[in-house]
Design a protein around this ligand. Structure first.
Ligand code: PAF
Length: 275
């Protein structure tokens, strides 16, 4: 069955059936990773709503907002194939009124690691996610572990602001050669793609070590070997809940997070390690 396309709050209210609702927030350009989020949502709720909205608030000046892939018809096809009941695809004018004043601040946790490279990104991301929660009113929402800091911040927002939505994290989906799926992979030339593999290779090299400082050193060595084609933004080992860097000695889980630029394409990846 074709999904109902809802453009605003009124459409959403009409489209909402009885039973539990799972939301999968996306910016479109849907790939196999999104399909896995949709399937995780489908296994946990009666109805699945996928939102497709390229959120201008989470892009900084000079970032790829205007060229971000917009593939609505193909996205609808993915949603149809996955049995999604409702696709929420609002227009930017409906999401953000010109006179709006209030938005969310992600705090210290949103200013480190990815937030240090993309100032304001997490404030814009949290603002749209909270708006989507308020509009769709889901019982649960599914986000990919690939954006580990985003997932941690959303969990934190829900806890700090008592938002009644269960947050489900879903594992990163990878190509057979290790490249994490991302809507931005379609910017990569075949040569860029080879260089981009250094990110997942670095995670594997880090994961083979057992002490935090050696984890970082092993990952860094792989990433530095891919320079200058790969411009490294960071390689860090952080607490999964706070994104503060872990100090030795350390026991528990930690996220090894890497990010860099290949040509004009910025890529991130991470692995959860146990110490
Ligand atoms: O992960 C994304 O695609 C976006 O950051 C999200 C969660 C849909 C908010 O715009």
């Amino acid at each position: 069955m074709d999904p109902i396309v809802a453009r605003n709050r009124t459409d959403l209210i009409k489209a909402r059936g009885d039973g539990s609702v799972a939301l999968v927030p996306t910016m479109g350009a849907l790939h196999e990773g999104h399909r896995s989020l949709i399937r995780a949502a489908r296994s946990r709720a009666d109805h699945v709503v996928v939102s497709i909205f390229v959120n201008p608030l989470q892009f900084g000046p000079g970032e790829d907002f205007s060229r971000y892939p917009r593939t609505f018809e193909a996205d609808l096809e993915v949603c149809r194939a996955e049995g999604v009941e409702v696709v929420f695809a609002p227009a930017a004018e409906d999401m953000y009124h010109p006179d709006r004043q209030v938005s969310l601040r992600s705090g210290e946790m949103g200013r480190v690691v990815e937030g240090a490279v993309r100032p304001g990104h997490f404030d814009g991301m949290l603002t749209v996610v909270l708006k989507l929660f308020n509009l769709v009113q889901p019982d649960l929402a599914v986000f990919g572990q690939k954006d580990a800091q985003q997932l941690a911040l959303i969990r934190r927002m829900v806890a700090d602001l008592d938002v009644p939505v269960e947050i489900v994290g879903a594992p990163t989906v990878r190509e057979p050669d290790g490249l994490a799926l991302s809507s931005r992979n379609r910017y990569l030339s075949p040569a860029d793609r080879e260089v981009a593999l250094a990110l997942s290779r670095a995670l594997r090299a880090g994961a083979a070590e057992s002490v935090p400082s050696r984890v970082i050193a092993a990952a860094r060595e792989v990433l530095e070997a891919a320079a200058p084609e790969l411009a490294l933004d960071y390689v860090v080992l952080v607490d999964p809940a706070t994104f503060a860097e872990v100090a030795e000695p350390y026991t528990g889980e930690a996220v090894l997070a890497v990010a860099g630029r290949v040509g004009t394409t910025r890529l991130i990846d991470n692995a959860v390690l146990s110490f």
